[in-house]
Write a protein that binds this ligand. Sequence first.
Ligand SMILES: O=C(O)CCC(=O)C(=O)O
Ligand SMILES: [Fe+2]
Length: 314
Amino acid sequence: MTDFPLLDLAAFAAADPEGRAAIGAEVDRICRETGFLAVTGHGVPDEVIENLWSHARTFFAQSPEDKHKVAPTPGGPYGYLGPGTEALAKSRGEDTPPDLKESFNGGPAAIPPGETDPDALAFCYAPTPFPALPGFKDAWRTYYAEMETLAARIMEVFAVALDLPADHFAPFISTPISGMRALNYPAQDKAPKENQLRAGAHTDYGSLTILLPEPGSRGLEILTPEGTWRGIPPVDGAFVINIGDLMALWTNGRWTSTLHRVVTPPDWATKTRMSIAYFHQPNWHAEIKPLSGPASGSVTSGPYLMSKFAAANG
Ligand SMILES: O=C(O)CCC(=O)C(=O)O
Ligand SMILES: [Fe+2]
């Protein structure tokens, strides 16, 4: 797709204030329409990416018994979520069969000093049960740390796009509670149930998602402002990013948290798809309310995330 919008972060970093404002204006335009764009000039080393792909492949190739050895703690979101556990459309109150996927999930590397909120400790600060595969944890944590830095840089662009000081969002994302998932959509040996997709239509819950679809894979679709589904293929050397519900709320609906899904193209039932998704989420206690306009519908980041996860995994 040639007209998929690009944000070149290296160009943004090198630009003067006028140049930054121009890039910001373009990001503002995209975020009002779909909030989906590709990020280049990101500086994430290829070996960090390749290393995680390779470990994720090894993880999913294990037997179901071995994968279930890293089952989540009760109520916790991390570890291995097997087939049949999640229906993303349920996060919007739509009752569908479970998504045709499996995932490995991990959370923040450390608990902020002084955090005592029992829900925060049991949910987003639950320990990540890592598999005993040599090098897996290190590959995961290294990629996760890269995403945390990258997300903070993108949030600066968002601030500029909204005519705010570049560091406007910094206090809200100083101890982010971002989750990361490696997703595997297995080959389908039988016909799906009615309304059963690889990932049901949903919006993402947080501030920003940084997605890496497996090179050459297909199936991600977004709902365009015209109301039609449009395929988003992987972009060479780039991450696909999209904004989530909290950016839409922060901007009082100026920006769109776009509905998206993962379908199985007709010739793809025998093929797998993998992706790695980093869901950037503001601090547990961050109060998100519109930057301007009537202050309706403010939410607290952590409890909002927890309620959405519970709905999709109930
Ligand atoms: O696998 C993908 O490409 C996207 C998955 C997704 O949208 C999600 O898990 O929120
Ligand atoms: Fe999503």
